[in-house]
Design a protein around this ligand. Structure first.
Ligand SMILES: Nc1ncnc2c1ncn2[C@@H]1O[C@H](COP(=O)(O)OP(=O)(O)OP(=O)(O)O)[C@@H](O)[C@H]1O
Length: 353
């Protein structure tokens, strides 16, 4: 008996990972359609579209292009600017992945009649107690699970993740072995795609209406310490690049947008907090997370993992009780919950104390 060929829609950025994902999905017998979303084009550069199209031509697969620049501007870039102006720390990649990229892949897969959809993300998935979960990628240096806590079951169950079991080194080798040299040598993308590593320059260029003005640094007692360039240029916990020289290390403790005040502290312990409230949250399987005391919360991509207990609040948010205090929690940041290598959910930090 012949089984019909299964079809998959693959998000293709023109980069190494999604190029190798196309090869591997084809090897595994899927009928692959590539799609490149036009999210953002720096200085009008569309080379990534040509690279993705060329790769599809070489592999003999169909390639689609969807222009979503307006939606990306509204939902991701404008949000990014707005968050800084509200004294918060935005998470554009988390929002883009959970609320734009994967939902768009699902939508187009439905339009095109594709069974599955895929990306080159370094994550895996696993079914536990009947629920599909994101789990960490096998390459600890590339694992992207921290960004994917917001996906519903309808997406999780249809996603294919060919990079999940591989290391980046191996992925580059595969591209080279198969003669895809440009893909093999492409540089890894760094940071936020539309913003240089120094987000201040970006804000300076995009907020020109006087909402960012020089202001004052104060200590916790309200004593004037010096001038700053404008509160959106600082994040909670920041120590370097404050442009102020006191004969001791100081950290940003509070940001007050209305008064343009930034409060500094020389005591890292003063930045420690024990509780967080999350909005815009998603939980994969409530009984695996709520009220359990072996849950890990991460608010940074690397080098931080705290035990916590998560409960629902009466007004529909999540309350996170940290078992040990955690320093430098910024509102606007994402918190992702884990048990071992399994993502249990996450949300956006509204407040902490
Ligand atoms: N413009 C895009 N259109 C469609 N899919 C995309 C686009 N950008 C990224 N993706 C998908 O999301 C995955 C993760 O993207 P991300 O930018 O985080 O990783 P990356 O390391 O740059 O990946 P790659 O090496 O494939 O460029 C990509 O592998 C790709 O499958």
């Amino acid at each position: 008996m012949e089984f019909p060929e299964r079809s998959v829609l693959l998000g293709m950025s023109g980069g190494t990972d999604s190029s190798v994902a196309a090869l591997l999905l084809q090897d595994a017998g899927y009928r692959v359609t590539g799609i490149t979303f036009r999210f953002y084009e720096k200085d009008g550069n569309t080379e990534y579209l040509d690279d993705a199209r060329e790769l599809c031509d070489r592999l003999g697969i169909r390639h689609l292009v969807y222009d979503v620049r307006e939606e990306f501007q509204q939902r991701i870039i404008n949000y990014f600017i707005r968050e800084y102006l509200e004294g918060r720390t935005p998470v554009p990649c988390t929002l883009c992945n959970n609320y734009l990229k994967w939902p768009l892949l699902q939508q187009v897969a439905d339009e095109q009649g594709c069974d599955y959809f895929a990306t080159g993300h370094y994550v895996q998935k696993q079914q536990i107690d009947g629920y599909w979960h994101i789990t960490q990628g096998a390459d600890p240096d590339k694992d992207q699970s921290f960004f994917l806590w917001g996906l519903p079951q309808s997406i999780l169950q249809r996603m294919l993740l060919p990079m999940g079991t591989l290391t980046k080194t191996r992925v580059r080798e595969i591209a080279a072995e198969r003669g895809f040299l440009k893909a093999a040598r492409k540089r890894d993308s760094l940071g936020v795609c539309f913003c240089p590593m120094d987000y201040r320059t970006f804000l300076q260029e995009h907020v020109t209406d006087g909402r960012i003005m020089p202001g004052n640094f104060y200590d916790e007692q309200g004593n004037f310490l010096g001038k700053h360039d404008g509160y959106p240029f600082y994040t909670i916990g920041q120590r370097r690049g404050l442009g102020i020289h006191l004969n001791k290390a100081v950290f940003v403790k509070e940001i007050h947008p209305a008064s343009n005040r930034v409060i500094l502290s020389d005591n890292l312990q003063a930045l420690e907090q024990h509780e967080m409230i999350l909005t815009d949250w998603n939980i994969t399987n409530p009984s695996a997370l709520l009220g359990q005391n072996d849950v890990i919360v991460k608010i940074r991509y690397r080098k931080q993992a705290n035990r916590c207990t998560v409960t629902r609040t009466t007004d529909g948010n999540l309350h996170v009780q940290l078992h040990e205090p955690l320093a430098a929690i910024a509102s606007g940041q994402a918190a992702a919950f884990y048990r071992d290598n399994v993502v249990l959910g996450g949300g956006i930090i509204a407040s902490s104390r």
